[in-house]
Design a protein around this ligand. Structure first.
Ligand code: TYM
Length: 511
């Protein structure tokens, strides 16, 4: 499927197709204007550094994450002590990820650590089944395989929830989907996504599936049932923007916040920016499964060079950094700003040769890939289940409001009493374990709501929000839960006593 964005005749960017302009490039500035997002400027980067007290990630410093929607509003809210959650995803269509796929996940990991916020990761096994020539069972299996690579990026299992659409689909998720679907006409969907008469109706109905996780009540086991409990920030490459343009357009009609976005450029293919990284051509990309030898060979043989054709030419004219893939890749993966600057100067002036920059790139990527492989090997099925588990991970402190009265803090507003009541009902039914496996019917469990048990979260919150004294939200919520339980038990006992009294009086009448 392809939809012209009318930027230039040739440039096409949709979630399913990226076609480059006649010059073999994407004009990101024009794309930003066309999509209606804003460019990330120095001021915003400095602001993020200031409020997180963390040096900006290289992807931000170097303009690789270059566009946003309402990222400044997220910062303003954060400065006031409000939290948000991160939402990102992956369409599982291949066994392993290439380096380009790591980009949004590495950045998301940085955001999670810098802002200390929870994260949800969607694996759209349904999307890939609808678009690719794959069996649904394969897409479901690939979702779990890809999740291992995502987990290997280092996400905290206590604050990260990974779900595959087909397994997780539950009432709160579906409720959001249908409500979104009702707000978007077929004509609008055609305009946004370029659907045609040949699109299957599963494709046409899919966008609400990717839109829904922008609302926190899709995840009651993490965020409770209030659609406005938390704002959402979505890191992704700019190809995913159409989904969230649509989401932002309908958010108010659902009573939710518009999701904010932070968007990246594309990591270029090995054979040149306008090429495609494709699983069917293993030399077109470096995969996280490649060996050190394969990495070196691929870079030496296939990386598109902007250097001179001969040593003499390179020495005389220097390299064209605008098209040179090793240089572009180093911009993504070499963290040392000074070293990068030096390489750029030497290579563009001709002091450095193509073989040398390729060597530097291979030396830079090999440990990154090898370390990834070690971390991935540690992701057993058990570890995987921790991330997929819908065991309660409620971040109570995130959506309770406190008030100081006579020197102590009390909860003045919460949407959780109902949630806790529900949770207790479910607990009675299933004391043991609420962990869900991929094959289990998840509907009821997927809606489970729970009280928090995140010591880490409390610790982090204590550290970060010193001015915001209450960190006892969890304790008070648990007390509340105990109260509710005691009230229920009392009610039950009264009922039994009443029934016994009734029986006794009936017996007395008979005699
Ligand atoms: P998918 O699997 O195509 O891509 C996963 C993520 O990687 C980004 N991406 C890239 N980033 C930089 N350079 C590249 N060459 C490159 N190729 C892909 C994508 O923008 C994406 O962020 N439908 C989605 C899955 C999804 C999702 C989401 C993505 C579901 N919910 C929320 C982002 C946010 C997909 O198929 O992504």
């Amino acid at each position: 499927m392809s939809k012209k964005n009318d930027i230039e005749q040739e440039q096409v960017v949709t979630p399913w197709a990226v076609e480059f302009g006649s010059d073999g490039k994407i004009d990101y500035q024009k794309l930003t204007e066309e999509f209606g997002c804003q460019e990330i400027d120095e001021r915003l980067i400095e602001r993020i550094e200031r409020i997180t007290e963390t040096k900006a990630h290289a992807f931000l410093r170097r303009g690789l994450f270059f566009a946003h929607r309402e990222l400044d509003e997220i910062c303003t809210a954060y400065e006031k002590g409000e939290k948000f959650y991160l939402y990102t995803g992956r369409g599982p269509s291949s066994e392993s990820l290439h380096l380009g796929h790591l980009v949004p996940f590495q950045f998301t990991k940085w955001l999670q650590d810098a802002f200390k916020v929870p994260l949800v990761i969607q694996l759209t096994d349904d999307e890939k089944f609808l678009w690719k020539d794959l069996q649904l069972e394969d897409c479901r299996r690939l979702a779990r395989e890809n999740a291992k690579d995502i987990i290997a990026c280092g996400f905290n299992p206590k604050t990260t929830f990974i779900f595959a659409d087909v397994s997780y689909m539950c009432t709160p998720f579906y409720v959001n989907m249908v409500k979104i679907a009702k707000c978007v006409t077929f004509n609008q969907a055609k305009g946004i996504f370029g659907f045609t008469g040949d699109s299957n109706i599963g494709q046409i109905g899919f966008p609400p599936v990717q839109a829904a996780p922008s609302f926190p009540d899709c995840f009651p086991h993490m965020f409770g049932m209030n659609k406005k409990s938390l704002k959402c920030l979505i890191p992704c490459a700019i190809d995913q923007d159409p989904y969230f343009r649509m989401t932002r357009d309908v958010a108010h009609r659902l009573g939710g916040y518009k999701p904010a976005l932070v968007e990246s450029r594309f990591f270029p293919a090995l054979k040149g920016e306008s090429g495609k990284m494709s699983a069917s051509d293993p030399t077109s990309a470096i995969y996280v499964t490649d060996s050190a030898k394969e990495i070196r060979n691929k870079i030496n043989k296939h990386a598109f060079s902007g250097g001179g054709a001969t040593i003499e030419e390179q020495r005389e004219k220097g390299a064209n950094l605008d098209v040179d893939v090793p240089w572009k890749w180093l911009n993504f993966f070499l963290d040392d700003d000074e070293k990068l600057k030096e390489i750029g100067e030497k290579y563009s002036s001709g002091e450095m040769l193509t073989g040398e920059i390729k060597q530097i790139l291979a030396d830079c990527l090999t440990p990154i890939v090898e370390e990834h492989q070690i971390r991935r090997a540690n992701v057993t099925d058990e570890v995987l289940d921790m991330y997929f588990s819908i065991k309660p991970r409620v971040f109570l402190d995130l959506f309770q409001k406190y008030e100081e009265k006579d020197g102590s803090w009390t909860v003045v507003e919460t949407d959780l009493s109902k949630a806790l009541e529900e949770k207790m009902k479910l607990d009675e039914e299933d004391e043991e374990d609420t962990t869900v496996s991929q094959d289990k019917n998840d509907e009821e469990a997927g809606c489970a709501i729970g009280a928090p048990k995140s010591d880490d979260w409390l610790r982090i919150r204590k550290e970060r929000l010193k001015k915001d004294a209450p960190t006892e939200g969890s304790k008070s919520a648990l007390k509340k839960a105990a109260k509710i339980k005691a009230a229920q038990e009392k009610k039950e006992a009264e009922k039994l006593a009443k029934a016994a009294a009734k029986e006794a009086s009936a017996a007395a009448t008979m005699s």
